[in-house]
Design a protein. Structure first.
Length: 269
């Protein structure tokens, strides 16, 4: 669920881009009077915003599944996302004369849609930097878990409760299963849930030294959270106690195998 602060930031940046494009009149739109030109770019950018809003989530999922860089995965998602968007836009704009749409019209619409979609995606990334998500806000100092805390698959020990948990909401504080890098944030996955923390990945990993391993440029996994390993052709994934599967970078395979992470049984704590 998108936070209200981030949504307002995205809409503010989007409104500014509409005004800039209406003033510049790219793609030959400068020949259109200002009023219709402003309406054209407003409809185009708002439509692009609606269709491209899921692109970052799709790119993040692609990066997790393939192990590629998140920025490259988002760019790939933009390239594919522009196809259906441009087709819908050009045929809707043609209306009753849709039979007259040519391949050149589709190619031109695709290029414009890709540019607009990439712009919308950049808007989301900029808004993500300027507006700290609600679940990334630091909470009060961590308190010891009460005796009534439900038992989880990962033992809650002093070693498993680093200072990083001080920045999580109280109801999410508990044994850390893994860390996931998301641009300037780290998503901390605990036995109780997950939340974003504004911290560099290497700084978060440093707080957990000796408790796990950096298995991918975007992932750190706690040793105690490991339930097993799955091999798919040349690629490996770690299966955690919560059912999550985390990709393993090929460069990390020799070290993880030497430490027993890729065996039939999880490594000893």
């Amino acid at each position: 669920m998108i936070g209200k602060r981030r949504l307002l930031a995205e809409l503010a940046i989007l409104g500014g881009l509409i005004l800039v494009l209406a003033a510049l009149g790219p793609f030959g739109s400068y020949a259109t009077p200002l009023g219709p030109r402003l309406l054209h770019w407003a409809l185009y950018l708002v439509t692009g915003y609606i269709f491209f809003r899921p692109v970052i989530a799709a790119g993040s999922a692609l990066a997790r599944q393939t192990g590629m860089s998140r920025r490259i995965a988002i760019a790939v998602a933009c390239v594919f996302g522009a196809f259906p968007t441009s087709i819908i836009f050009v045929f809707v704009a043609a209306g009753p004369t849709w039979r007259s749409v040519t391949g050149a019209d589709l190619a031109s619409a695709y290029l414009q849609t890709l540019i607009v979609g990439a712009t919308v995606t950049i808007v989301q990334l900029l808004a993500g930097r300027s507006a700290v998500p609600a679940d990334a806000a630091p909470g009060p100092s961590a308190a010891p878990l009460p005796d009534s805390q439900p038992t989880t698959a990962v033992d809650a020990t002093e070693e498993a409760l680093p200072a990083l948990l001080d920045q999580l909401p109280p109801h999410l504080r508990g044994p850390i299963l893994c860390l996931e890098n998301e641009d300037h944030y780290v998503r901390v996955h605990t036995a109780q849930g997950s939340a974003l923390v504004l911290i560099r990945m290497r700084d978060a990993v440093a707080q957990l030294e000796g408790q796990g391993a950096r298995v991918h440029r975007s992932w750190w996994v706690a040793r105690r959270a490991l339930a097993g390993a799955v091999r798919q052709d040349r690629n490996w994934k770690l299966r955690l106690v919560d059912g999550r599967e985390v990709p393993v970078a090929r460069a990390s395979v020799p070290d993880l195998r030497a430490q027993g992470w890729l065996g039939d049984e999880p490594p000893a704590a």
